[in-house]
Structure formats: structure tokens, C-alpha cells
Ligand binder design. Sequence first.
Ligand SMILES: Cc1cc2nc3c(=O)[nH]c(=O)nc-3n(C[C@H](O)[C@H](O)[C@H](O)COP(=O)(O)OP(=O)(O)OC[C@H]3O[C@@H](n4cnc5c(N)ncnc54)[C@H](O)[C@@H]3O)c2cc1C
Ligand SMILES: NC(=O)c1ccc[n+]([C@@H]2O[C@H](COP(=O)([O-])OP(=O)(O)OC[C@H]3O[C@@H](n4cnc5c(N)ncnc54)[C@H](OP(=O)(O)O)[C@@H]3O)[C@@H](O)[C@H]2O)c1
Ligand code: HEM
Length: 511
Amino acid sequence: MNSSTSVDIHQGRGRVGCNDLHSETVAGDHRELLETTKSLFAALLYWDSTVARPHIQSAPERELLCIFGTGDLGRSLGQRLLQTGYRVVYGSRRPHSCDPLPQGAQVMSHTEAAQLATVVIACVHREHYDFLEAAAPQLKGKVLVDVSNNSEKGLYPESNAEYLQSLLPEASVVKAFNTISAWSLQNGSSDAHRQVYLCGDSAEAKQAVRELATSLGLSVLDRGCLSAAREVEDFPLQLFPQWRLPLCLATGLTAFFFFYLLTRDVIYAYVEKDKDISFRIMVSLANKVFPIVSLIMLSLCYLPGVLAAFIQLYRGTKYRRFPDWLDRWMLCRKQLGLLALGLAFLHVLYTLLIPIRYYVRYKIAENVVSVIRENRTTVFDTTIAWRSDSYLSMGILGFALFVLLGITSLPSISNALSWREFSFVQSKLGHLTLFFCTLHTYLYGWDRFLRPSTYKWWTPPGYMLCLVVPSVVLVLKLLILLPCMDRSLGRIRQGWERRGPEGEGTKPLMA
Ligand SMILES: Cc1cc2nc3c(=O)[nH]c(=O)nc-3n(C[C@H](O)[C@H](O)[C@H](O)COP(=O)(O)OP(=O)(O)OC[C@H]3O[C@@H](n4cnc5c(N)ncnc54)[C@H](O)[C@@H]3O)c2cc1C
Ligand SMILES: NC(=O)c1ccc[n+]([C@@H]2O[C@H](COP(=O)([O-])OP(=O)(O)OC[C@H]3O[C@@H](n4cnc5c(N)ncnc54)[C@H](OP(=O)(O)O)[C@@H]3O)[C@@H](O)[C@H]2O)c1
Ligand code: HEM
């Protein structure tokens, strides 16, 4: 229905209603016409108010909600509900002496407040739930929202929501809002703070809370029955869950390589040559540890992909679950990659300051002076020039692609890419990044792999150790790219199975 038609109908209605309907002087045969017009008009009115313009129906009475507790969350939630158009009544232990409440809210005792509303939100800590038993008669048949969180996991045998339900079996308890903070409610919630998880045993009660949350501009995800409350209550206690494994790995590798290189470089020089080069810890050692760990972590992003490919080739199907460890590994590749990128950044920053280091400037000056003093001539070595230019160039190319991977992992960018584009950058260019960075390190090592003096105390330098995993990943990836392997894997990933669904014999892979 467009607006101009609706205006016409209104104008018509005004004319008929005002002038003609109650006229005492209308002739008899006009009376019939009038009756017809009247019923037509009534039908029009009904159609207009219910079908064409439901929004101009008389506004329903604003729903009254009850909040138990006038603390941080109670106040913030009450304020947002009032702004959204709800009426709010607080139930408090001290209705006459609580601090100023959001304008427009009423406050009374718990039992009085519960009596007035059908939805009651308990903004009280679990430790105080026993007071609710006194309000059990008023809460009977009502929707009772549990918003509570605990300070740590596994504090109680059952979830707070299930405990509340056991105290008040005749109320319909719904777990909700526990992932929303009072602060974000007050300050206008950003995306990260908008997700409300719902769970409860009554579908109607959940629907009422869903509508409430949606009207506050929050997005709602139904997690099922009340037994899911324990999981929902654990959400706010999680601290960067997907970052834990990558962070532990980065810390462990950094600690290992730091002590390994400290022993090889600093302690070795002190013990064998009686030289104190401990100052090297701050820049030289750091500029070895960070790129080494970065390269290993980068290769660990791509190792699960090749392992998964070999598992699929071996099983002849993609429909069997990967082992749990591989699943978990695959899920934290983004975090592994971003940490690797952070460490590569540090390497580049440390590299940039090499020319301004006191030690480097001193060494260059000393070398120049000794060349002049001894009247020596130095020959330009093209091989060294090739080597250093090549490894620097590979490092720069690798780093540029590394940054590209980081940029495409930003949600705003990845959302603008199709799955194919994202997969092209992350998978294809990702392997190219690994290739450049590995080559950078091989070229940096150059012929030192063969020199016995490189192996102090029979230990290889850090960059040789860190080349093991990337080299394995690249070799395995090359194997997968062989036409026969690639074709077989392609078919498996398109749904082909070596054994039919009912296990009816083995099909040839290369058919
Ligand atoms: C800086 C940086 C940022 C990163 N950001 C992200 C990120 O935001 N998100 C992310 O996931 N990773 C990220 N990573 C990790 C890594 O780049 C990706 O996980 C990358 O996709 C891994 O590629 P892959 O080829 O090893 O494995 P995958 O891309 O998982 O796949 C291997 C092959 O299997 C195919 N395949 C995968 N799943 C299926 C399937 N179900 N059915 C059929 N075929 C399938 C793919 O097409 C591909 O050919 C990042 C890494 C770095 C260094
Ligand atoms: N704050 C947040 O950002 C947030 C976020 C998500 C979930 N939560 C959860 O929301 C609940 C309330 O948190 P909050 O931060 O608002 O806590 P709070 O500021 O400490 O307020 C709790 C309120 O509970 C009432 N209360 C205290 N002792 C009581 C008792 N013995 N008996 C009855 N009522 C009592 C008080 O209100 P009266 O004085 O009016 O009675 C008090 O103001 C908690 O379960 C918390 O886990 C909080
Ligand atoms: C702008 C890009 C880069 C530049 C200019 C650069 C430069 C350098 C330089 C100068 C060295 C020698 C450091 C020294 O002598 O102590 C070096 C070493 C190394 N680089 Fe890079 N690099 C870059 C990017 C990368 C990237 C992206 C990686 C991989 C993550 C990487 C991995 C390494 C490794 C493993 C070493 C050997 C460390 C050692 O044991 O000495 N580099 N790089």
C-alpha cells in the first residue's frame, strides 16, 4: 500500500463521517445507500488500521519488567530498558534508601515488585539467591532471568541457573545477559559485547527473553536447554581461549632458543675465548631468536594443512573426522600466523637499527683504520654481494607477503573477500611466504652449513635448527602438488570416497 492511497482513504473517511452519516433529513431511499456506505466505511476503517497501517494502532501499554538488585548491572540494564520504552520496577532489600535509580523507574520490596511483572531479571550474585525463596509465591509461573557469573570455573557442582531453578521450581528460569557487561550497556555496546546466549527449558520463556534482548539491539543465540547454562556461564571466564596454545608455543620456543643461543654465542665466547660479549644479548641475540621463532611458527601454520592432506589421501575420504589434536591445531592457525607476523616485525625493526648500533659503527671504523694502517687493499667479492642481496631481497619479499596475510585476516577485509579469494591469499600466497622466508634463511646461511667452525660445541646455529620444520612442510607440499597426488586429493575433497557409503568394495582412486 503506498502512502498516497492511504491519504485518499483518510480524506474520504473524513467527509463521510462529518457531514452525512447522522443527518436527520436524508430521504428514505437515501437511507439504504447510507447504510451501505456506513458498512463500507467500517470495513475500510478495519482494513486501514489492521492491514494497511498497523503502526498507527493505539500504542499498547508499555510492558513492565522487574529487576531484582539495584547494583551495577541492575542499573545499567534498567536504564537501557527504560530508554527502549519498557517500564521498570526494581525489587530491592532497601527500597527507601537505595542510591538514585534511572529516571522513571520505581523501587519497592522484592515481593511487591515481582507481583507486578511477568518477567523478572535477577541482577544479584548467586551467593544471595536464597532470599528469592521468600518471593516464591509471587514468582510462580513467571519468567525468571538469571544473569549471574562466577569468579572462576567449577566453583559449584551445578550451574547458577540450574541452582536457581531448583530453588524456584515453579518459575521458568532462563539464562541470559551474562556475557553483557554493565559498562557496555551504559556506553552503547560495540559488536564484541552484543552477543547474548540464551538457554532454558521453557520455549515461551526463552521467546520472551529473546524479544527483550532483541529490542535492546543485542543479538541472541539460543544454546538450548538449561543444562547448557554451565557452558554459557564459562564464556565470560575465558581469556583469549584460541590464543593460549599459540602463546604457550611462542613463549616455549622463545625461551628455548634464547638459552640455546646464549650458550652457543655468549657463554661459548666467555669459556673458550675468554671474551665478554654479553652486550650482544640485547640486540644480536634478540634479532636471532625472534626471526627463528617466527619462521618456525609460520611453518606450523602450514604443517597441519599438509598433514590433513596426507591423512585424507591415506583414508581415501574426507568424511572422517581428523584426530582431535589436528582439529585443535587447525583452529589456532590464525593466531599462530599473527604471532609469527609480530615476531617478524620485531626482526625487521631490529635489522633496521643495525647501522646505528655503537658496536657496528665501532667495527666499521676499526676495519677502515686497520686497512689504511696496514696499507691493505680489499677485493670486492661478487659472491658475497650476490649472497647478501639475495637473502635480503627474499626477506623483503617474504615480509611483504607476510603483511598481506595479516591484512587479509582482519575481519573487515576478510568479509569483503570471497572464500576463494581468501583461500588463495591464505593458502597459496601463504605457502609462497613460507618459501621466501625459508629461502631467505638458507641464503643467509649460504656456505656456512659446511664450515666446521659453525658448529660450536658440536651444536648447529639456531637458523639451521629453525629450517627443519619449514623444509619438511615445503617438501611435503611439493609432493602434494605432484599431478598424481593433486588429482587424487582434488577428487577426495570434492566428495569422492575410496569405499562407497555402505562400504561396498574399494573404488580405484585414479579412475
Ligand atoms: C599473518 C597470518 C594471518 C593468518 N590469518 C588467518 C585467518 O585469518 N584465518 C585462517 O583460517 N588462517 C589464517 N592464517 C593461517 C593460514 O594462512 C591459513 O590457515 C591457511 O589457509 C592454511 O592453508 P593450508 O593450505 O595449509 O590449509 P587449508 O586452507 O585449511 O586447506 C588445505 C587445502 O584443503 C582444502 N580444504 C580445506 N578444507 C576443506 C574442506 N572442508 N573440503 C575440501 N577442501 C578443503 C583447501 O582448499 C586447501 O587446498 C594466517 C596466517 C598468517 C601467517
Ligand atoms: N556487572 C556486570 O558487568 C555484570 C555482567 C554480567 C553479569 N553480571 C552478574 O549480575 C549479577 C549482579 O552483578 P552486579 O555487578 O550488578 O553486582 P552488584 O553491583 O554487587 O549488585 C548486586 C546487587 O544485589 C543486591 N544484593 C546484594 N546482597 C544481597 C543479598 N544478601 N540479598 C539480596 N540482594 C542482595 C543488591 O541490590 P539491593 O541493595 O537493591 O538489594 C546489590 O546492589 C551478578 O550475578 C553478576 O555475576 C554482572
Ligand atoms: C624486511 C624483511 C627482512 C629483512 C631486511 C631481513 C634481514 C635479515 C638480516 C640482516 C639478517 C641477519 C641478521 C644477523 O646477522 O644477525 C636476517 C636473518 C634472519 N632472518 Fe631476516 N629479514 C627480513 C625478513 C625476515 C622474515 C619475514 C623472516 C621469517 C620469519 C626472516 C627470518 C630470518 C632468520 C631465521 C634469520 C637468521 C637469524 C640468525 O640466526 O641469525 N627474516 N634477516
